[in-house]
Structure formats: structure tokens, C-alpha cells
Design a protein around this ligand. Structure first.
Ligand SMILES: [Zn+2]
Length: 281
């Protein structure tokens, strides 16, 4: 249990740790529009240091309730699956996914459990109208499955996902800088809005703007898929989360959604409150 003063000390060090050390980068190296030849996976740089001491006070990984939109999607596909006659290709063959490509974080899968998930677009110059339109469309495309709310840029509430227009650079395996279409990163923090600290996460996305609308939309849709929990890539070019840029970016596919459902069915330590900790006055 521990006294408040001892916890306070641990809490303060954890706050500092949580803000900087538990930061992961999924840089979309091969999503850089340089062609289909480069099909290697994105590098996922994960902190190897142990998590903050306070993490030990979190309950073990648990499953959150499936969000309504995903529940409806699962029920719909299950009904279709039942409608197929015996021997007609039901089961996993009917609901394919690429869940085996998804990387959990050190605290489990990157699952949102409080809704709506808030999104903010950092201020952009007026000439970025096409970029804003594409990003807004990508948000609308995911909206039926997970509740998203676009905040006004002047809103003082920190958003769960911040999307910024910019020119991300990534490092190649040889350590050389390389231009990319997007860079999506996340960090963990302690949410203090309830009675007890809750382990939460937030995403930052840097998206390039000098592309045609279809490419901007495809990239934004792909990166939002990462931010919503698909922390990995599909091996199929027909999926929004395919690793490489394609000439005509596909819409969100059944495989993307089946994968997302499977992610949300996993136990995680994200989104749960500490067992016994009291926030100091
Ligand atoms: Zn990606």
C-alpha cells in the first residue's frame, strides 16, 4: 500500500519518466512514396528500460469492453459468416486479419477505452486546404468504428491525437536521413482527471502536405489506423495499413477492421487506474 509521501516521491519521478522515456516511433519509412520495391517493415523503436515503478501498482492486463462501432462491425460480419452454407468458407478464412503483424507496447496493445477519442489539427497556412480536407476525410472514414471528435485548434484541452502538417525525416538502417510521408509517435502519461491516476497514451502525427489529395488521404487514413491501435502493417496492398505507398490508396478493408477488432479484444494495462494510489492534495 505505502504512504502518501513515499508514493508522492515515486509519482513525481514516474511523471518525468513517463513523459520522455516511454516514447515509441513507428516511422513509415516505406510509406514515403518512393515505390513499391521497398517492402520491409517500419522500424519500431521501443524503450528497453523498465517501466516506472508505479506501473507495478497497475492491475494485470485486462480486456476493455469492445467499443460500440467495432461491436457492430463484428456482429455484422458474424451474421454474414453464419449465412454462408456449411463448407462455404466460414471461420477465419471468412474473417481474415493480419493480427500476427501487430506489435503490442510494453504495457499491452494500444487500445483506446475512453470515448470520443479527441483529434486536433495543428494550425496550418491557408494554402494547406487540400491537406486539411484529406485529413478530415480520413477521420470521417474511421468514425463509424471508433468514436472520434475533432477539436478546434484553439481548444485548450489536450487532444488524444495531434496531427501536424510537416516534413518528417526518418533514419535509414545505415543511419542516414530520409524524407518520409509521415511519422507517427506515441507516449504514455498518467491521466489525473479521475480519483486515481490512469495510464493513458496519446499520439502525435506529422504528415507531409505536398502530395495529391488521394495520396494525402491514403497516408492520413493509414497513420490514423496506427493511432487507433493497428501498430503494425498488413502484407496486402488492398489494405489501408499496407506498408508501402500505392498508386491508388485503398479504403479501410475488412481485413483492417477484423484486425482492429482483434486488437481491441486483447488484454492491456492501458486505460486502467492504479489499485491503491491516492493523488496528493
Ligand atoms: Zn505505417
Amino acid at each position: 500500500m505505502g504512504g502518501v509521501s513515499r508514493n508522492r516521491q515515486r509519482w513525481q519521478s514516474a511523471m518525468a519518466y513517463g513523459a520522455i522515456a516511454l516514447c515509441c516511433v513507428l516511422g513509415c519509412l516505406v510509406w514515403s512514396g518512393l515505390g513499391l520495391a521497398d517492402r520491409g517493415g517500419d522500424p519500431i523503436a521501443q524503450a528497453t528500460e523498465p517501466p516506472p515503478a508505479l506501473l507495478s501498482q497497475l492491475p494485470p492486463p485486462q480486456v476493455h469492453p469492445l467499443p460500440t462501432g467495432l461491436q457492430q462491425w463484428r456482429d455484422r460480419t458474424a451474421a454474414q459468416s453464419r449465412a454462408i452454407p456449411p463448407g462455404g468458407g466460414v471461420g477465419d478464412a471468412f474473417n481474415p486479419d493480419y493480427f500476427d503483424q501487430i506489435e503490442p507496447s510494453i504495457v499491452g496493445h494500444l487500445i483506446w477505452s475512453q470515448f470520443p477519442i479527441t483529434v486536433v489539427l495543428a494550425p496550418t497556412p491557408p494554402r494547406a486546404e487540400v491537406w486539411r480536407k484529406a485529413v478530415t476525410q480520413a477521420i470521417a472514414d474511421w468514425q463509424p468504428y471508433l468514436s472520434l471528435q475533432l477539436l478546434d485548434a484553439t481548444d485548450s484541452t489536450p487532444a488524444d491525437i495531434t496531427i501536424t502538417l510537416g516534413n518528417p525525416t526518418l533514419r535509414t538502417a545505415a543511419g542516414l536521413p530520409r524524407a518520409a510521408n509521415a511519422r507517427t509517435t506515441y507516449e504514455f502519461y498518467w491521466d489525473l482527471r479521475g480519483d486515481r491516476p490512469r495510464l493513458a497514451h496519446r499520439f502525435t502525427m506529422l504528415l507531409r502536405g505536398d502530395r495529391a489529395f488521394a495520396q494525402l488521404l491514403g497516408t492520413a487514413r493509414h497513420e490514423l489506423g496506427h493511432a487507433l491501435g493497428i501498430w503494425g502493417h498488413s502484407p496486402h496492398p488492398q489494405d489501408a495499413l499496407y506498408a508501402a505507398a500505392v498508386a491508388n490508396p485503398p479504403p479501410i478493408s475488412d481485413r483492417d477492421l477484423n484486425t482492429l477488432v482483434k486488437v481491441y479484444e486483447q488484454p492491456t494495462r492501458l486505460g486502467w487506474s492504479l489499485n491503491s494510489y491516492q493523488i496528493p492534495d
